[in-house]
Design a protein around this ligand. Sequence first.
Ligand code: OAD
Length: 245
Amino acid sequence: MIEDVKEFVSLIKDAKKIFVLTGAGISTPSGIPDFRGKGGLYEKVSPDIFDINRFYEEPSYFYSHVKEMLDYIKNAKPNPAHYLLASIERLYGNITVSTQNIDGLHQKAGSRNVFELHGSFEKAFCIRCGREYKGEEVFKQLEEGKIPRCKCGGVLKPNIVFFGEPLPEDALYESIKSASEADLAIVIGSSLVIYPAASLPQYALNNGAKLVILNIGETSYDAYSYKKYEYPVDEFSKKVMELLK
Ligand code: OAD
């Protein structure tokens, strides 16, 4: 591993602009299961728990299956991979992080240039009257065994992106811009199968960037990568951090 760590460190030091795309695999060492990896959520439930039409028809289906995941998210702390990205931002300032994750762990680790492509649990909205709530309201009502609802009786929808919904415009725009300007693109912990997030490395490749992937398991960009590192993200990041300091 050490030779790969050294190579990764020199790629970071040589880069002018770094674009990072993260997925659920960066947060598994923080105790949040991924979707398609070993032991991932989709081994237990169908991806249609995140289908927007299904949510409108039967919100209890989403809420009953996602409660366990919310418990993991609530208790999760950043791991060395999140801290590594925050350190690179502090040391060099030339990095943006676009994430498909809804766990807020990049921000908790101290990253500032973060674009949340799939939203987050920070806020929730009433699907009837549009009133905004803090994400905690969703957690609170779920813990009381209820389907989270607004004062008006409408169901609350967490501010996350479901299948069939558009991505937040700003996050997508800023991510495309960052990827298109990068000379180094790093993907961490994503199978790169869900679009449009998975199209982002292509913008970096179009700019002539080197694409490196830190992921255990196949991704749809393996053939286009400059280098693929198949190591646990936390162990690898810890070693990178030691050399960067
Ligand atoms: P996936 O579950 O598809 O991919 C996670 C990848 O990380 C897998 O290839 C794992 O093998 C790998 N992995 C897991 N833990 C790892 C570790 N500790 N070290 C190294 N690699 C590890 O997750 P995403 O690509 O993020 O969207 O999935 C994309 C989207 O699909 C999600 O945002 C979600 C989901 O449906 C929506 O719900 C809209």
